[in-house]
Design a binder for this molecule. Structure first.
Ligand SMILES: [Ca+2]
Length: 441
């Protein structure tokens, strides 16, 4: 009974949130950008972080269609016996756009074009041959169109955008049918598993590298990967926070603060950081000027302001948060030359990767001790050897970087060393004070 109530609720929710689509699927689409320039994706890797399954999408079919009512049973993205509508190209529409529709047999179909309010503005009926048919669409007054194809009780929709409206009516005309089974080259029987509430990792690949995103999808969504890197975050070069200026750095889809946080009042390391509504920091050697260079050292609870929230704001500015473990794994996969985003290796508690640490460390041996193995700072992250505090003593300045995550209950950190090009992951517990970096929400 409980399950049934849940399903009815879910169905209602999906009907509400999905608006136009009457079925139980949600569609995830993908695009990419580098500082305002569209980037063509070579592929998109999708991994369900709560269940053991993944899939890869290739153009032109960069749509992941998820059946949300199969409650954990794997659902087929596209099946060979099903209707498929490919995203129109180009989208946004420039005067006209082409829509490709695949049907597995010769059959009558209906195509309906509606506006944002669901009002029907164009209808087309006709026979389609087996294979992939191409239609030409020209836009009219509307800026958003939903094109729906119906046959055998199935209906599927795509959303088309037209930034420039004209005074003409929109038109749709049949061009050709490709009898060759174009569809076979896309994806057949590629299954993916999903249950409502599952968290997905997306990695987009282009000639510019790989870029990662996380989400718990609950409605149709478009994910835009950012491929700009080693530049200040667009529109936000720096920020002023609690008496200090910080710089930003865009590293693919993540925007980081380029310095270790240096907030709160310095206390002597003989004193404990406590839950007193005051942010307290240690400075290396109990010497305040070292905080200006390296930032403060904080116990996990202090830097999370005594909340146990993975991804919480902690001591970061409003709109920023202490990175979760998975955000670090995305950064590591994006900057390492050999191990990709989503590689199981990033789950290991050890030094892992190949050149990930080298690519994140500040170059040179002014602050890092020689040899500062592999240091290129290729992405502008500029990790500094701030050292750490544990067992009533300071350790490792100029030799070691320790950076917190907000992960709970495992309080993971990342460690980079002067003689090491990899990055170590481990659980820092409550006994050590480390540096803090913030990432944008
Ligand atoms: Ca405190």
């Amino acid at each position: 009974m409980k399950n049934r109530t849940y399903l009815i609720f879910l169905l209602f929710y999906l009907m509400q949130s999905n608006g136009f689509a009457q079925n139980s699927t949600i569609e995830l689409t993908f695009s990419a950008d580098s500082l305002g320039q569209e980037v063509l994706l070579d592929s998109v890797y999708v991994k369900n972080l709560y269940q053991n399954c993944d899939t890869v999408l290739y153009p032109p079919n960069l749509i992941l269609e998820i059946d949300t009512l199969t409650t954990g049973i794997s659902s087929v993205i596209v099946s060979e016996n099903s209707l498929v509508i490919y995203p129109n190209y180009p989208n946004p529409i420039i005067d006209k756009s082409f829509v490709k529709i695949y049907v597995p047999e010769r059959i009558s179909i209906k195509i309906k074009v509606s506006n944002l309010l669901g009002q029907s503005i164009l209808n087309y009926s006709g026979q389609l041959s087996k294979g992939t048919s191409t239609f030409e669409f020209t836009s009219g007054r509307e800026t958003v169109y939903f094109l729906t194809v119906e046959y055998n009780g199935i209906s599927k929709s795509i959303k088309m955008i037209s930034p420039i409206s004209s005074t003409n009516e929109c038109t749709l005309s049949f061009k050709t049918t490709d009898e060759d089974d174009y569809f076979k080259t896309i994806q057949i029987g590629n299954e993916f598993c999903f249950a409502p509430g599952d968290r997905l990792l997306f990695a987009g690949y282009s000639y510019l590298g790989e870029s990662g995103l996380l989400d718990i999808p609950s409605a149709d969504s478009n994910y835009e990967f950012q491929f700009a890197t080693n530049v200040p975050c667009p529109g936000l070069d720096s920020l002023y926070y609690k008496g200090k200026y910080y710089h930003t750095i865009q590293i693919f889809s993540q925007c980081w603060i380029k310095e270790n946080m240096d907030v709160g009042i310095m206390i002597q390391s003989a004193e404990a950081q406590t839950n007193n509504n005051i942010i307290e920091k240690y400075c290396m050697g109990d010497y305040e000027p070292s905080c200006n260079i390296f930032g403060g050292l904080y116990f996990w609870n202090e830097m999370m302001t005594y909340t146990n929230e993975t991804g919480g704001q902690g001591i970061c500015p409003e709109g920023w948060h202490v990175p979760e473990d998975m955000e670090w794994q995305i950064l590591e996969g994006a900057v390492d030359s050999n191990y990709r985003i989503g590689d199981p290796l990033w789950m290991n508690n050890s030094f892992r990767g190949s050149d990930v640490g080298g690519n994140l460390k500040q170059k040179g041996t002014t602050l890092w001790q020689p040899p500062n193995t592999g240091a290129t700072d290729a992405f502008g992250f500029m990790a500094l050897p701030a050292g750490y505090f544990v067992q009533n003593a300071f350790w490792g300045p100029e030799y070691k970087a320790y950076l917190w995550t907000s992960e709970y209950p495992q309080k993971y950190y990342r460690n980079m060393d002067w003689n090491q090009a990899k990055v170590r992951r481990n659980d820092g517990g409550n006994e050590a004070a480390f540096s803090v970096r913030c990432v944008k929400d």
